[in-house]
Design a protein around this ligand. Structure first.
Ligand code: GLU
Length: 453
């Protein structure tokens, strides 16, 4: 019996390592990574680093660290700077088939052409003058010391695709300039390497920002010119600042590292980055699998989405309130916090930042004098005398408080408030029923009698 062919998607996130990635880049990375994760597919991190001047190794390292913080581990990492020979081979094939032609105009000459076109009310599209050059013309230009850049000759036809977010799309490539694929210094712009890599790595789905819609029409032509199948495409809306201004890597807007340093939970940032600007409400999730289940390209809105960092504080709190112990455990251990699941489940509902767990651990596990008002000394000493013998469990507090209530005649705030202040030094916090067994009898008794226990 033949086994069914299960097609596993291959997706990629392809940042240029020219700055710190921001929350809009995280949106792209997460959608790709989570779609791959949900379908048992492959997620590739590809560094688009053919721009040797602006690309930096430390930015690539920072991107890896930012993705790791979000919980994303790529199945494969590739660098375009390692793959130049493949791009050169692809360019050679395009030259041989007449799709890549040399052009010699300088940037100033091109700018002048565009200005003249605009003055005549024409779109500033490259006029293909270079296509008319004869061998003799080219030899003369080269003899003047000019080196060609190389343009892809578009087919001037309507390119159509069914976009995962935007639905049926059409771009007439007659409205576009033939794109430069290779600079005069021989270096490659992003357009061709991206197609060569997507083919070589078997990418099935390109999910990226809508600023690439026009590129897609060009790239579909290049996929076809190289004889490969074009992948499926989906272009998600872009995130903006609350003011509506676009996010800029260069200007350092909402970088992941700044959000991390501000104490926001990675999972809260991830949930906001993925869910904002979709028909699904932005909500806290238990983990990336839960978030992956909420990703739906068809639910992404067409309009740009405003990202308000003010929303992250409450989302971080809600994320902590529902965080399972297993997710918190490695971080608690790294912070030297013990108490196991009992401690985490006792305090998580009171956290607005993960770092506050250490404050509650100190309350539970380190000597400290609670707050004891003179008027309550007798009451608290009597309560200490009523503490049951150990071992203590979740029922201990209930039994004790009943005894204290009966003996003192106090109820409500007069009963609970002095106990909480004496035991924790604060007037709000986790359930005492959960804290008591973690503190133990001698600490509780000591604090009730005003000692630094
Ligand atoms: N390096 C491109 C960018 O950061 C990648 C676009 C793509 O996903 O193909 O926008």
């Amino acid at each position: 019996m033949s086994s069914p062919v299960v097609s596993r998607p291959v997706l990629r996130f392809a940042p240029s390592p020219t700055g710190l990635i921001h929350v809009g880049n995280a949106r792209t990375a997460l959608i790709n990574a989570l779609l791959a994760r949900r379908a048992g597919g492959t997620f590739i991190l590809r560094f688009d680093d053919t721009d040797a001047v602006r690309s930096r190794a430390e930015y690539a390292d920072a991107i890896v660290a930012d993705l790791a913080w979000l919980g994303i581990a790529p199945d494969l990492t590739v660098r375009q700077s390692d793959r130049i020979a493949d791009y050169a081979a692809a360019a050679e094939r395009l030259r041989a088939s007449g799709r890549l032609y040399p052009a010699y105009e300088s940037e100033d000459e091109l700018e002048l052409k565009r200005r003249l076109q605009r003055a005549r009310g024409l779109p500033p599209v490259y006029d293909r003058a270079a296509l008319a050059l004869t061998t003799a013309d080219r030899a003369r230009l080269e003899a003047e010391g000019r080196r060609p850049h190389w343009r892809f000759r578009l087919d001037h036809r309507v390119i159509a695709w069914d976009d995962g977010v935007r639905g049926p799309q059409q771009v007439d490539t007659a409205s576009l300039s033939d794109p430069v694929l290779v600079r005069a210094d021989g270096s490659f712009l992003y357009t061709l390497p991206s197609v060569v890599d997507d083919l070589a790595l078997g990418v099935t789905d390109v999910v990226r920002g809508e600023d690439h819609v026009t590129n897609t029409a060009v790239q579909i032509e290049i996929f076809e010119a190289l004889g490969g199948p074009a992948p499926r495409f989906a272009h998600h809306n872009l995130l903006t600042l609350p003011s509506g201004e676009g996010l800029s890597k260069r200007l350092g807007h909402l970088s992941l590292s700044a959000l991390r340093e501000a104490g926001h939970e990675a999972l809260a940032v991830a949930a906001a980055a993925v869910l904002v600007g979709t028909s699904h409400a932005v909500e806290a999730v238990e983990g990336l699998d839960a978030l992956a289940a909420l990703v739906d390209l068809a639910h992404i809105s067409r309009a740009p989405a405003r990202f308000d960092p003010e929303d992250l504080a409450p989302l971080t709190a809600r994320t902590l309130h529902m965080m399972p112990f297993e997710a918190a455990a490695p971080r608690l251990a790294a912070a030297g916090i013990g108490g196991g699941a009992a401690f985490w489940l006792a305090v998580r509902g009171n956290l607005t930042r993960f770092s506050e767990a250490a404050e509650w651990w100190a309350v539970v596990a380190q000597p400290m004098a609670g707050l004891v008002a003179d008027a309550d000394r007798g009451f608290l000493a009597a309560a200490a005398g009523l503490l049951p013998a150990e071992p203590w469990d979740a029922q201990t507090y209930g039994a004790w408080i009943k005894a204290v209530k009966d003996a003192s005649g106090r109820a409500g705030k007069a009963l609970f408030h002095p106990l909480r202040l004496a035991l924790t030094g604060r007037d709000k916090g986790p359930e005492l029923a959960a804290l008591l067994p973690l503190m133990g009898r001698s600490r509780v008794a000591g604090r009730l009698t005003g000692a630094a226990a």
